[in-house]
Design a protein around this ligand. Structure first.
Ligand code: SF4
Length: 172
């Protein structure tokens, strides 16, 4: 069983695994904790690395959005929204992830506006930050290793209701 599959199976049973301050945290019902704790413990180091990379991805995406002239707070919020999008296998994209978008510093414009179905190159100012389906979309490579394109290591986690958390600290 791969790490991804392990976390996917755990999530399917209502468990969540996360990292907080370098500690591995599993949340779920007592039954879920009993079932999954031993296996998760045995892969603690690998899981910490995997989940930490998730945080790095969010930070990298936020940095990319800031370079696209998105404000810092909005960029971070958008990066988190992209993470949720990926986890939900949502196929929508941002213009800010598209190689056809340019001039974001002044007024966002699209180099493929005809194919995208717009009346001209200038896009509505709110469009670049909206998730949408666009037939002309092409991934901007500096948009940071979008999981769907790079072989997702993060999309296994699905939102689950909050449950009491149990810290697995000092596990070896
Ligand atoms: S091609 Fe579509 S997704 Fe890309 S910038 Fe133009 S409108 Fe946005």
């Amino acid at each position: 069983m791969t790490l991804n599959l392990m976390l996917e199976c755990c999530a399917a049973e209502g468990g969540t695994v996360s990292v907080d301050g370098g500690k591995l945290i599993i949340a779920g019902t007592p039954a879920v904790l009993d079932e999954w704790r031993p296996l998760l413990r045995s892969f603690k180091a690998e899981l910490l690395a995997l989940l930490a990379s998730d945080l790095v991805l969010v930070a990298q995406r936020a940095a990319h959005l800031i370079r696209q002239h998105v404000g810092q707070a909005e960029a971070h919020a958008l990066a988190l929204r992209l993470k949720t999008r990926d986890a939900q296998h949502d196929e929508r994209r941002l213009c800010l992830e598209c190689s056809h978008l340019f001039d974001t510093a002044r007024a966002p414009r699209c180099a493929q506006w005809r194919q995208a179905g717009h009346g001209g190159p200038q896009l509505p100012s709110e469009l670049p930050v909206l998730l949408q389906r666009c037939k002309a979309f092409r991934l901007e490579r500096s948009a940071i290793a979008l999981p769907q394109f790079e072989g997702d290591i993060h999309s296994f986690r699905r939102p689950v209701p909050a449950r009491p958390a149990e810290h697995l600290e000092g596990v070896t």
